[in-house]
Design a protein around this ligand. Structure first.
Ligand SMILES: Cc1cc2nc3c(=O)[nH]c(=O)nc-3n(C[C@H](O)[C@H](O)[C@H](O)COP(=O)(O)O)c2cc1C
Length: 397
């Protein structure tokens, strides 16, 4: 059983933050399939949250079904990060996470993300200051229970929490508050690949120091910053962190988990306490359910049938329209249809594969929500399909 400070998620499977992808609508469909223990917002700018910029507030949107939820902050200034953490507590976070792994220039040039892995004292100072701030704004037991369990079923009235709606209990509750929101950190192995190769990765040392200042869990993406997203995930690097923290806090393994079996291998090879899945879930939001079935019951669950997959795409689209707007929904469905469609291809007799290219084209050309809905319906009726040679279909996927 995974324990993140006071939080015991229902499973040890986590949805990774993926900037621009793991929004409230996507988290909702993953949760509806089941098996997901903890999800996280994409990385959030504390300055943006504190200023109330529309983009940051949209990224931080959550609701009572979207629980438990981590809110991930990035930055390099301990004080601003602390104020961002307080904002997260006041707006529904179950967990606050610090991004120590983002390799993108925009973030590292300002000393945030994985740049912190080159300045461990700053990384620890941020965690320490954030932890202090979290201790100053505990939530009541009742509020904590809401943030852990949320509501068991999604009801359409679960609109996202309004931007300006503070979810903190009233002053009286705060005074008797007993639960401090746990702090977690997500990191890579280290910055330079040569350091990892020579056994000098800083992640084990950093994880131990973070545990010492009260961080309740670390997630390790098994790549160096220099590797960005290429090369093979280094299970040995994650195993070193597990060994170093010696069970004082849980370590989550992350990277290249695309199937339930990959998750089993990640745990077996690293000894990690749980698995975080990112890109694998973008094509298969049911991956948490299927992985949990394998890990907990040794059961191999097949992907959902085509009709259910189509209903999932439709559901995702509808959620984006309600939670954001048509423009956003059309933009997102357009850039993600290739992933969703991967699982819709079916083998045909004679070494051929059903092509979903006409379907993808129809979605990509859609300029209005009705056109997206029409393409989904037509595909469901057996239209917008073709047949291509197996190899061609694999290339197109
Ligand atoms: C497009 C993209 C955006 C990402 N955004 C974030 C982010 O906001 N915060 C973060 O901690 N990691 C981010 N990551 C890293 C993922 O959380 C994860 O560590 C990485 O993709 C490896 O896991 P996976 O192979 O399961 O996807 C991002 C990755 C990608 C590909």
């Amino acid at each position: 059983m995974l324990r993140i400070g006071p939080l015991t998620p229902a499973t040890n499977l986590l949805l990774a933050p993926i900037a621009g992808y793991c929004d409230l609508a996507f988290r909702t469909i993953c949760r509806e399939f089941g098996g997901l223990g903890l999800a996280c917002t994409d990385l959030l700018s504390p300055q943006g949250l504190l200023r109330g910029t529309a983009t940051s507030l949209d990224l931080a949107k959550t609701n009572d079904f979207d629980k438990p939820i981590g809110m991930q902050l990035y930055g390099a200034d301990p004080e601003i990060m602390a104020q961002g953490a307080r904002w997260a507590v006041e707006h529904g976070a179950t967990v606050v996470d610090i991004n120590m792994g983002c390799p993108v220039d925009k973030v590292t040039k300002k000393d945030g993300g994985s740049k912190l892995m080159t300045d461990l004292s700053r990384a620890v100072a941020i965690a320490k200051r954030v932890r202090e701030e979290l201790e100053k704004c505990p939530v009541s037991a009742e509020e904590w229970a809401r943030r852990v369990n949320g509501s068991s079923a999604f009801v359409e009235s679960h609109a996202p929490i309004a931007h300006n709606e503070c979810r903190m209990p009233n002053a009286e509750c705060r005074a008797s508050g007993t639960i401090t929101i746990p702090l977690t950190c997500k990191m890579r192995l280290c910055w330079h690949t040569s350091d990892f190769e020579s056994g000098q990765a800083c992640s084990p040392h950093l994880a131990r120091m973070l545990a010492d200042v009260g961080v309740a869990m670390v997630t390790v993406h098994g790549r160096t910053t220099e590797m960005k997203f290429s090369g093979v995930v280094q299970h040995a690097g994650i195993a070193r962190v597990v060994e170093e923290v010696g069970g004082t806090i849980p370590v989550i393994g992350n990277g290249d988990v695309r199937t339930p079996e990959d998750a089993r291998v990640m745990i077996a090879k690293t000894g990690c306490d749980g698995v975080m899945i990112g890109r694998g879930a973008l094509a298969a939001p049911w991956l948490f359910r299927n992985t949990w079935a394998l890990l907990s019951r040794g059961e191999h669950v097949p992907p959902p049938p085509e009709a259910e997959q189509l209903a999932t795409i439709r559901r995702y689209f509808d959620l984006m329209r309600t939670q954001r707007d048509d423009r956003y929904a059309i933009y997102q469905i357009n850039r993600r249809i290739s992933w969703f469609a991967k699982n819709l291809q079916r083998p045909l007799p004679g070494g051929k594969m059903e092509s979903v290219k006409p379907f993808k084209e129809a979605i990509r050309l859609a300029r209005h929500a009705d056109e997206v809905l029409d393409a989904l319906e037509r595909f469901g009726r057996g239209e917008l399909r073709g047949a291509v040679a197996m190899a061609e279909a694999e290339d197109a996927a």
